[in-house]
Design a protein around this ligand. Structure first.
Ligand code: GSH
Length: 203
């Protein structure tokens, strides 16, 4: 049995979406009634970082939301989310690294400055620099989506799920993505998938 640890309000949400897309049995262990320290300790019993998400699949224990999602897609789907050819799979990996290294860092800085560093430690210049830096990778996505509905072509793959999962944090930030029309349309269409709704607790 697959077990996914971490609250829905954490990066575990990315893996819950993947699990719902794959329609495989799993148990979600949210631990959202625990304090941060208690959760670190409990997840630390599963993987060494103690951070959410962590996953068990039989004897395998894994951390890092994107590593978990790539593993799940590769193991449990070999048609749609994890496409058939090595070239397509290489493109999935490319967009996964893009999500982690180009999209996530500025978004996390914006998030930290808006919700965590709200007192004396607030750095408005850092928040603004992060927002400015985000324009470049968003521009890359806008270009990629100019002539295709999804990152690899016409089909939804793990590449879309991983990038949209990261961009989803922009909603909490009240960031208006409407000026990136293609990105906006693609995000909305990916988030209309029934598996996305199920992963967020809607039937
Ligand atoms: N790069 C990791 C980040 C993991 C991470 O920072 N998780 C946060 C929740 S979204 C966490 O557990 N924070 C609690 C802590 O740092 O104690 C991933 O994508 O899984």
């Amino acid at each position: 049995m697959i077990r996914l640890y971490g609250p829905l309000q954490s990066r575990a949400a990315r893996c819950l979406w993947m699990l719902e897309e794959l329609s495989i049995p799993y148990e979600h262990v949210p631990m959202d009634d625990l304090s941060r320290e208690e959760r670190r300790k409990a997840i630390g019993a599963v993987t060494i970082t103690g951070k959410a998400p962590a996953m068990e699949d039989g004897n395998l224990k894994l951390f890092e939301s994107t590593a978990i999602n790539l593993y799940l897609a590769a193991k449990y789907d070999d048609r749609e989310l994890w496409p058939a050819t090595q070239a397509q799979r290489a493109h999935v990996l490319q967009w996964a690294f893009f999500a982690m290294t180009e999209l996530e860092p500025p978004i996390v800085t914006m998030f930290m400055q808006k919700f965590v560093h709200t007192g004396d430690n607030h750095n408005e210049a850092a928040a603004q620099a992060a927002e400015a830096a985000l324009a470049e990778p968003l521009g890359v996505l806008e270009k990629q989506l100019a002539r295709r509905s999804h990152l690899l072509g016409d089909q939804f793959t793990a590449a879309d799920l991983i990038c949209v999962s990261v961009l989803d944090m922009l909603g909490m930030l009240g960031y208006d993505i409407a000026s990136q029309a293609k990105v906006n349309k693609w995000m909305n269409s990916c988030k209309k998938r029934p598996a996305y709704a199920r992963s967020r607790g809607a039937a």
